[in-house]
Design a protein around this ligand. Structure first.
Ligand SMILES: Cc1cc2nc3c(=O)[nH]c(=O)nc-3n(C[C@H](O)[C@H](O)[C@H](O)COP(=O)(O)O)c2cc1C
Length: 144
């Protein structure tokens, strides 16, 4: 069975990276140019933090994520979105993850705060394993 890869963005503080690296599956950091400029070879899942930049649009989607999603093949093959955020940001909580899910019509698979708890890691692994099985069974309506 194919293991669905997770493409994530993590800033220098690396909180999302530490979570992604505990998922026990292929993970790629979009902060690295070689991954940001790449094209996926099958279904994949996005994991993004939200970063309120204070610009007039209150935009929170990391530029590296935006760049990766500019590729139509990458957009088409994305099967779900996961987010890391911080509830202190109020109505902007998980805004990047939720906006991308809404615009792409893909589901929010999982959300956690900051670096996530051990429970979050276990739960996220379970959700991704279910996704692997669903895709293997052919429930892959949105593959290009
Ligand atoms: C400058 C800054 C802005 C942030 N803005 C938001 C936000 O708008 N919404 C949210 O849910 N979390 C926000 N967060 C929390 C981060 O998304 C969260 O801590 C995430 O785990 C950071 O991941 P990273 O360290 O891997 O980059 C912000 C954090 C920082 C430092």
């Amino acid at each position: 069975m194919r293991t669905t890869p997770v493409y994530y963005y993590s800033s220098a503080s690396g909180l999302v990276r530490s979570f992604a690296e505990r998922l026990d599956r292929p993970v790629f950091n979009l902060a690295e140019r070689q991954h940001r400029m790449s094209r996926v070879d099958g279904p994949w899942v996005l994991l993004t933090p939200s970063y309120k930049t204070g610009n007039e649009n209150n935009d929170t989607i990391p530029e590296a994520v935006r760049r990766f999603l500019r590729d139509p093949t990458n957009r088409r093959r994305m099967v779900g979105v996961m987010g890391s955020g911080n509830r202190n940001f109020g109505r902007h909580y998980q805004m990047a993850c939720r906006q991308i899910a809404e615009r792409s019509g893909r589901p929010v698979l999982f959300e956690f705060e900051i670096a996530g708890t051990p429970w979050d890691v276990t739960e996220c692994r379970r959700i991704l394993a279910e996704l692997d099985a669903a895709l293997a069974a052919g429930h892959d309506v949105q593959l290009g």
